[in-house]
Write a protein that binds this ligand. Structure first.
Ligand code: ADP
Ligand code: MG
Length: 475
């Protein structure tokens, strides 16, 4: 389990984090849905808890197939569960167990001359210079298919001519389709070609937090210097700054400074600029200056190629028919595709089974079951929505744009998005061949309006309850 979890995490977090925080950690025990992770120092415990708890939890959960809580304890790697005090077993939150372990185990791990601490600091410094790039996310580990060919080509062009080609480059697409991977790939390649170039990868959340901290500490000048001294800025998930006025303002200025100095800006988002409703107009128009490309869900061929590559990376032999089976079953996104492969491999290892279609079916039983049940309900949702509003399903599909149809149609989009696995494209097709950006806009609109419009909220809730009831009956 631990090996599979580490393998899964290795591709998700930076090498620095992996080496400093995870490599030496061990799984002490796993029972009652609680995983106890042993680490060797308070610093490692703090780092793990602050930075990697969620990824760790998610990875473990995916591997074992049920929800897992994580507890981090300071303990010797060789400390086995049977050596733990009795209070450890069973109850989920044994009262303050850490200090006991820490006392007995810490001396053996206290860094004697500080050498290892220095190594960690050096490593961190070099990681900071390279903007905390994940070395695994490169162009060579990125599988190109028709769904991402354009995005890949644009990113490669930017990496080879920073400051020139397509500036800004705006990448958008659904979750788990490789946007973050591509941003890192640009950064890694730029640095490979010229280590002197100042590259910064940052999520828009981190940008926001840095800004808030800078304002609080009255260090906005330093903040500006830091962000405006960059040659290549890779900013991930820009949709998070929508609606945050101060952040948008600051980003606008950062953008202008960098852009006018011919520095490169690459932006990712889960939707196109047009569909980010509360994005300031002047920012939106800036984003449209350069090139906007989307990343689509992978087609069958690409999914197959990705699964082959990942299996090889994990050094697990997965027969062709199993690859084929997974590629057919898991269509939503690449992260899920990776997750399902990890899960099948872990399940086979744990149960000492060969990797076959049967093994894969068993390992993914809940996942595949869900998909089937949910797919039934897409048409049913349209039915329920139209009944609720007293219109025909056909009107939801038609071109009619009068308000008494537009709202129900957007509610349908929203509920299809929330209640099924359908992609924006699927939903668009279901609704008379509408564009996926229209669908995204509709979903967003309802999602925002139910916060303020209590009438709409109760309508959506009522429809939702009916869907839940139908689901109960049909499953
Ligand atoms: P996003 O940022 O779009 O949500 P990520 O870049 O985080 O998606 O990708 C999710 C996972 O899928 C990552 O582990 C990434 O390495 C992998 N991945 C995505 N696209 C590809 C691809 N074309 N080839 C190989 N791996 C990919
Ligand atoms: Mg991402």
């Amino acid at each position: 389990i631990w090996k599979a979890t580490l393998t899964a995490l290795q591709s998700q977090i930076s090498r620095h984090d992996y080496d400093a925080l995870l490599r030496s950690a061990t799984l002490l025990s796993l029972d009652n849905g609680v995983a106890r992770i042993g680490v060797s120092s308070p610093a490692q415990k703090e780092g793990l808890e602050n930075r990697l708890l969620m990824p760790l939890r998610n990875a473990l959960t995916r591997v074992v197939g049920y929800s897992v809580q994580v507890q981090v304890l300071i303990a010797s790697p060789s400390l086995r569960p049977e050596l733990l005090p009795a209070s450890f077993n069973g109850s989920r939150f044994a009262a303050e167990p850490e200090p006991m372990i820490a006392e007995s185990a810490a001396p053996a791990f206290a860094p004697g001359n500080g050498a290892s601490e220095r190594a960690v600091q050096l490593d961190l410094a070099s990681a900071m210079r390279s903007g905390m790039l994940n070395p695994k996310y490169t162009f060579s580990s990125f599988i190109v298919g028709s769904s991402n060919r354009l995005a890949h080509a644009a990113c490669l062009a930017v990496a080879d001519n920073p400051g020139q080609a397509y500036n800004p480059l705006f990448l958008y697409g659904g979750v788990g389709l490789g946007k973050t991977h591509l941003l890192h790939a640009i950064g890694n390649r730029v640095l490979d070609r010229d280590p002197e170039i100042n590259v910064l990868y940052v999520s828009s959340e981190k940008f926001t937090n840095d800004l808030i901290n800078a304002i609080r500490r009255q260090q906005t000048e330093e903040f500006r210097m830091r962000y405006r001294n960059i040659d290549v800025l890779l900013i991930d998930d820009i949709q998070f700054i929508a609606g945050k006025d101060a952040t948008q303002e600051e980003f606008f200025h950062t953008f202008n400074t960098l852009h006018s100095a011919a520095k490169h800006i690459v932006i990712s988002s889960d939707r196109p600029p047009k569909a980010i409703l509360t994005l300031e107009e002047r920012l939106r128009s800036r984003f449209e200056w350069g090139l906007i490309v989307d990343v689509q869900p992978p087609d069958l061929e690409t999914r197959t190629a990705i699964l082959r590559a990942k299996a090889e990376q994990m050094s697990v032999h997965v027969p062709d028919e199993v690859i084929d089976f997974l590629a057919h079953k898991i269509q939503s996104n690449i992260r899920e595709l990776e997750g399902s492969l990890n899960r099948v491999a872990a399940y086979a290892e744990l149960n000492r089974l060969p990797i076959t279609i049967d093994t894969a079916t068993a390992a993914l039983a809940d996942l595949l079951g869900n998909q089937r049940r949910r797919r039934v309900s897409a048409e049913a949702i349209l039915q329920v929505v139209s009944e609720h509003y007293g219109i025909e399903v056909e009107q939801l599909r038609a071109r009619n744009r009068s308000r008494h149809v537009v709202v129900p149609r957007q509610v349908a989009m929203y509920l299809l998005r929330e209640e099924t696995e359908s992609s924006l494209v699927d939903i668009g097709n279901l609704l008379g061949g509408r564009d996926h950006t229209t669908v995204m806009y509709g979903c967003e609109k309802i999602a925002e309006e139910i916060n303020t419009d209590s009438h709409l909220r109760s309508e959506v809730m009522t429809i939702r309850e009916r869907i839940q009831m139908m689901r109960g009956v049909s499953s």
